[in-house]
Ligand binder design. Sequence first.
Ligand SMILES: NC(=O)c1ccc[n+]([C@@H]2O[C@H](COP(=O)([O-])OP(=O)(O)OC[C@H]3O[C@@H](n4cnc5c(N)ncnc54)[C@H](OP(=O)(O)O)[C@@H]3O)[C@@H](O)[C@H]2O)c1
Length: 389
Amino acid sequence: MPVSSAANEASGGDTEGGIVGQYADGISAAWPPAWGEGRTGPSLPQRNAAGKAIRRGLRGSFCRGAPHGRRWKEATFPRRVRDEKVGRMEAIVFEEYGGPEVLRLTTADEPHAGPGQVRLRVRAAGVNPLDHKIRGGAMREVFPTEFPAILGSEASGVVDEVGEGVTGLAAGDEVFGFMETGAYAAYALASVVARKPGELGWDEAAALPVAGETADRVLNQLAVKNGETLLLHGAAGAVGSAAVQLAVARGVTVIGTASPGNHDYLRALGAIPVAYGDGLTDRVRAVAPKGVDAVFDAAGKGALPASIELRGGTPDRIVTIADPTAAEYGVAFSRGGDRDASALAGYARPVAEGGLRVPVARSFPLADAAAAHAESEAGHVRGKLVLLP
Ligand SMILES: NC(=O)c1ccc[n+]([C@@H]2O[C@H](COP(=O)([O-])OP(=O)(O)OC[C@H]3O[C@@H](n4cnc5c(N)ncnc54)[C@H](OP(=O)(O)O)[C@@H]3O)[C@@H](O)[C@H]2O)c1
């Protein structure tokens, strides 16, 4: 029986707090398919577009604008794949919503590269808060999971199958990017990847896609520029760490919230740390007497009223990626954007050349996915947790 992937979240739908259309955790792809009939996924034209994008040198993303909810059509399903004997692979599968304990190491059908796709032998998979939100059922209203399912939306690995229409990539290439089937597995499919530089570890590369894309997108939405001051909630997390680096590189003064244990870390990244919690506005005013020009909420822990106050009473230039109460305050909620291979390649450049690094807080063997989820759910990860299949 094929196993569906709960790895990606389609654009246009929220899940946290049930605000439809406001949440996507960095993923704009269609609810991803597992190879088999009756799965949802991109249409054939979209997959053909993916092939063209990869032929153009991996600059495009077939995910751009792809609606979710389309069913795979038997007629468009590649016969080569349909007829192929399906092998089995190790994967973390869950068959019901629940706590971390529902994640089980077992075997699942191997996916095979379709048009415009490559298959990766996964070497490292990023663990995102989205994953435990899906696992726990918090997203079931908008994205009901088809069980059994595999989580994981970003990974690094070695290309071992190249789909029709893909040029410029071959078996053996080391890449990282956004996965279209669950990355908590030995194999996963992707159509937006970039080459992994040799100096970047597998775990470091797997930590980049979601955090980099999200941070980049929100800083662009806020249009922060040289000389401005940004208040960043959740600055020590994966998205926050990426956002500090990208904002500082723009010449922005970043005031980052974190618990005191992370303040030296934030200073090292170039931010001015302040503790979150009661008295936040006074602490921010103490370091930014002229106020803040923009607010990026990467924590989603109730800091929107204080943020509006610090913006002089307006929700203008405040963006959250995680607070389900955003609409109540007139604050913009940013959801998954375009997946772009050239942007991925940019994040992976050496730091001295404008690249960024998301620290790997801890790596777990694939079998310990439940422990990784428990740690992620506790909410105090510095950087990214990674699974090593
Ligand atoms: N909409 C989107 O496109 C999108 C994309 C990616 C992620 N997200 C969401 O954005 C959130 C952050 O993602 P992530 O991967 O960066 O998570 P993460 O790495 O798990 O974030 C953990 C960080 O949150 C900090 N934190 C905990 N409570 C806080 C508080 N009250 N105020 C400020 N910081 C606090 C912790 O710092 P301390 O240890 O110092 O407490 C820790 O460093 C998640 O909810 C995720 O689902 C949304």
